[in-house]
Design a protein around this ligand. Structure first.
Ligand code: AMP
Ligand code: GLY
Length: 417
């Protein structure tokens, strides 16, 4: 099979790495990829948001399967465009991706289908939004409705902060059109967990759980990021919690898909806030998580091509997912300054010095004069398996000092339980 993966992060590197292990793959392309992906796939120089060119490339090269990594192209309707040309694609159509593309839509969906989530209200008028603050306790959460590269959620400790957030999103257009609508919601206390699921239109099959570290610095200090590290499985995810989630979240979400006529194929990533044996949905994402993928896919025993094909054909069963007993840990090495201003173009050395039992997935990297250089905020994802989380963790942290670039920044407390 000829497969094209769309995207350029460590998530897409991991997807390529896992697909490459399948005997079914004869040719692997990635658009636009990065320096690491270029070692295992043929790079196609088309940006992920150039939906027309990706569709044309796929048709011209008779691609058998397109795997879409990031949310932008999904929300923009790439899968719909590919389907129109008769090209098989893994990822939801626009109607399904809207669950990530619009927070007000997804909150309304959760409310309609009685899926546990934080109390919320939706506004397009800043005066009305400001007025509603009297109905919320602090901290209160203010969210831009649309896609904002993970930056559109503001947790406000005081009403003054919340007022500023509302004004800057609606009136000053801090996130552009993504903030024409805001969601104000109750702050949920608890422990977060990420649950990625394969969906074949008729069933939602959870993968192994994962724990993301969103804050930039050790001890959960600093700003929110796309994710600075991860481990899998998450011990908080007990059988009892699993039963609660199956009954109150997964079954109801599936019912919602049916009622709304959403033919969802791909990955549904449910962001959960856990308290005791209960959980509430923070958000839906309609794609693999980054860095969740870098810890979850290395634990997958089964062939990823088979699973993706079954999702498209609507015949996936939970027996199709076989997992390794080993635990996994991923640590992100970022550019100094991330998630705020940072410099790019620093040479990365030592990538050939790391042990064989770890994998370094590339995120923001590119080739310049034959050298691998930094090209983004989250540069590398270092992942390892181990019999225990502690063993996996040690493997990762033993290897990070072998890798060098100017102003490297990473957390030292990932998976330190
Ligand atoms: P979202 O994109 O909606 O998942 O929000 C990004 C992050 O903001 C989440 O992963 C949480 O850490 C935090 N967050 C979002 N909504 C809430 C909430 N209602 N209560 C507490 N934290 C939240
Ligand atoms: N790690 C969170 C996300 O992919 O959105």
């Amino acid at each position: 099979m000829k497969i094209l993966v769309v995207g350029s992060g460590a998530r897409e590197h991991t997807i390529c790495w896992k697909l490459k292990q399948s005997r079914k793959v004869s040719k692997l392309y990635c658009a636009p990829g990065n320096a690491g992906i270029g070692q295992i796939a043929e790079i196609v120089h088309i940006k992920a948001d150039n939906l027309v060119e990706i569709t044309e490339f796929s048709a011209e090269n008779k691609i058998d399967l397109v795997v879409v990594g990031p949310e932008g192209p999904l929300v923009g309707g790439l899968v719909d465009m590919l389907k129109e040309k008769g090209i098989r694609a893994f990822g939801p159509v626009k109607k399904g991706a809207r669950l990530e593309g619009s927070k007000s839509y997804s909150k309304d969906f959760m409310q309609k289908y009685n899926i546990p989530t934080a109390r919320y209200e939706v506004f397009t008028d800043s005066a009305k939004a400001l007025e509603s603050l009297k109905d919320f306790e602090v901290p209160v959460v203010v969210k831009a409705d649309g896609l904002a590269a993970g930056k559109g959620v503001l947790i406000c400790e005081t009403k003054e902060d919340a007022k500023e957030a509302i004004k800057s999103i609606i009136d000053q257009k801090q996130f552009g059109e993504a903030g024409d609508t805001v969601v104000i919601e109750e702050f949920l206390d608890g422990t977060e967990t990420s649950l990625l699921c394969f969906v074949d239109g008729k069933s939602i099959v959870p993968m192994e759980s994962a724990r993301d570290y969103k804050k930039a610095y050790d001890g959960d200090m600093g700003l929110n990021t796309g994710g600075m590290g991860n481990f899998s499985p998450n011990p908080i995810y007990t059988q009892k919690l699993n039963a609660y989630i199956e009954e109150n979240i997964i079954a109801r979400t599936l019912n919602g898909f049916k009622e709304e006529g959403i033919d969802f194929c791909g990955v549904l990533f449910i962001g959960l806030m856990i308290k005791g044996d209960q959980a509430k949905v923070l958000e839906y994402n309609t794609r693999f998580g980054d860095p969740e993928t870098e810890s979850v896919l290395p634990r997958l025993e089964s062939d990823l091509v088979d699973i993706m094909e079954k999702c498209i054909d609507g015949n996936l069963s939970s027996d199709d997912l076989k997992w390794k007993e080993e635990k996994s840990v991923t640590v992100i090495i970022a550019s100094g300054g991330y998630p705020e201003e940072y410099k790019k173009g620093f040479e990365i050395t030592g990538l050939d010095q790391v042990d064989e039992d770890i994998v370094v997935f590339h995120g923001g990297t590119t080739l310049k004069d034959g050298k691998v250089v930094t090209d983004g905020g989250r540069v590398l994802a270092v992942s390892a398996l181990g019999n225990t989380l502690e063993e996996a963790r040690e493997r990762v942290y033993k290897n990070i000092p072998k890798i060098h670039f100017s102003n490297m920044q990473y957390r030292t407390d990932i998976a330190k339980l």
